[in-house]
Design a protein around this ligand. Structure first.
Ligand code: C2G
Length: 453
């Protein structure tokens, strides 16, 4: 008798899962299905699983395809299961290609082609339906986003929109997407929501069109380069009762949320100063980041992160904002920029650079002590709360899984499905960030109120 084993979460069981189980079953005579436990899913960074273990086991049993259902509790269990059940073949979807090659020393390993563009009609009527997301843009961040989406239950990345057919074809092939579109209206008809991963200067046009077509929008940061444009998008979304989120990944990360809560708890006293730095050297001047007509430059590229921590803790109404910048004569983009903000009772400095390198830390100073978040603080997973008496130092760790894009995606789909409004990045905060960036762009082009190094 040939024994096959496969594993999965099997949340909101859909055709993709059933197809997989059917084909796994056909590989042999006896099919064992491992269903992941809640704690195992949390441990491997899979978020937003909406059904309980019991319900998911029932899902699998209801297919009638499994001869035995077991629970997967820990990393490494696959090896012991294969030995214990004398398994001949381990089967899993092609989204895991290569990942389980290490099992080849114990049994045959088969990757079965994943079902593209799963049908969600079965689930539409349920409270937690699967949200079909279309990707706009086929660059680096779009790729990362698709990979991260595999760790979020309840989303289906259905298709991609772009302009260059060759690039789109390759993108779909590499990322196992079914469809691409070069016609935006056709693309919009296929989906519930869009993820916009285009150069900054194009965000507004595509986001507005998507909202007007009744689609929810998750837009890479900065959402737009102007206060008015950001405001218009929020207004349309509000009138149409749609969700629009600015994808500043840090804002949605669990450890960053803790950092903000602890800083606000009074543990370091009154917050008087924030210094946050993010530099990322980009050596290829042909890239978007060095193209000023596409909105390139240090502040547009990276400013959202330090401005996020500043606005979360000090608010949206500084009395004064000034800028110091170093401009690249060749491309006219800012290689490094410092934004100084003076609030009623506090100061803040945001430092960003794509052509000058600096330690990327964040320090929040108060009347009783300070919090230091070491680089890369924007992928927050650790911070220290320090006082005059070093013995009182507190160290806080909390994991930041993968590239962190999964967190914003979870909040986004929860907002769509459950109407949960996020406090993690409010419209007011996004508007403030847009206005600080816009003011810099205006000052830079008028050569006013700006110190050039
Ligand atoms: N699957 C598929 N087509 C889809 C969606 C999923 O073929 N459209 C497959 C997956 O590749 C996997 C199985 O269905 O083989 C279960 O998918 P999930 O519930 O998403 O579980 P997953 O996170 O892939 O678990 O130990 C757990 C396993 O490593 C994988």
């Amino acid at each position: 008798m040939k024994r096959i084993i496969t594993y999965g979460t099997f949340d909101l069981l859909h055709y993709g899962h059933i197809n997989l189980l059917k084909r796994a079953k056909k590989l042999g005579d006896y099919l064992i299905v491992g269903v992941t436990s809640e704690s195992y899913d949390i441990g491997r960074g899979k978020l937003n699983v909406s059904q309980s273990l019991q319900e998911r086991i029932e899902n699998v049993k209801s297919t009638g395809l499994a001869d035995l259902v077991i629970v997967e509790e820990f990393e490494g269990q696959k090896v012991s299961d294969i030995k214990k059940y004398d398994v001949d073949t381990f089967a899993i979807g092609s989204d895991w290609i290569g990942k389980f090659d290490y099992l080849k020393q114990f049994c045959e390993v088969v990757y079965l082609e994943r079902t593209k563009d799963i049908s969600s009609t079965l689930l539409r009527t349920k409270a937690n339906s699967i949200i079909k997301i279309g990707i706009i843009g086929n660059g680096r961040i779009a790729k990362r986003f698709i990979k991260e989406s595999k760790y979020v239950s309840g989303v289906d990345i259905s298709c991609v929109y772009g302009r260059n057919i060759n690039h789109l074809e390759e993108f779909c092939k590499n990322l196992e997407l079914n469809e691409y579109y070069t016609n935006y209206d056709e693309f919009l008809k296929k989906i519930d929501a869009v993820y916009i991963a285009l150069p900054h200067s194009l965000h507004f046009t595509y986001a507005k069109k998507a909202l007007l077509a009744d689609k929810h929008v998750l837009c890479e940061k900065p959402i737009t380069l102007s206060y008015k444009e950001t405001e218009e998008l929020f207004q349309i979304a509000n009138e149409k009762k749609l969700i629009i989120y600015e994808a500043i990944k840090t804002a949605y990360a669990p450890c960053f949320d803790r950092l903000i809560s602890m800083a606000q708890s009074g543990i370091i006293g009154e917050i008087k100063d924030i210094e946050a730095t993010f530099t990322k050297l980009i050596d290829n001047k042909n890239l978007r980041e060095f193209n000023s007509s596409l909105g390139g430059g240090s502040l547009t590229e990276l400013g959202s992160y330090p401005l996020l921590v500043i606005t979360k803790l000090l608010g949206t109404k500084p009395k004064n904002i000034s800028y110091i910048t170093s401009i690249d004569t060749e491309t006219n983009v800012d290689l490094m920029t410092k934004v100084f903000m003076q609030y009623k009772n506090a100061f803040a400095t945001a430092t960003v650079g794509i052509g000058i390198k600096k330690e990327g830390e964040c320090v929040i100073s108060g009347t009783l002590g300070y919090i230091i978040v070491p680089a890369p603080w924007w992928k927050t997973n650790y911070f220290e709360i320090r006082f005059e008496d070093l013995n009182k130092t507190q160290k806080v760790f909390y994991k930041f899984d993968g590239d962190g894009l999964r967190y914003e995606l979870v909040d986004f789909i929860n907002a769509i499905n459950k109407g949960e409004k996020t406090y993690k990045l409010t419209n007011e905060e996004s508007l403030f960030i847009s206005s600080v960036i816009e003011k810099f762009i205006d000052n830079k082009s008028n050569n006013q109120n700006i110190h050039v190094l």
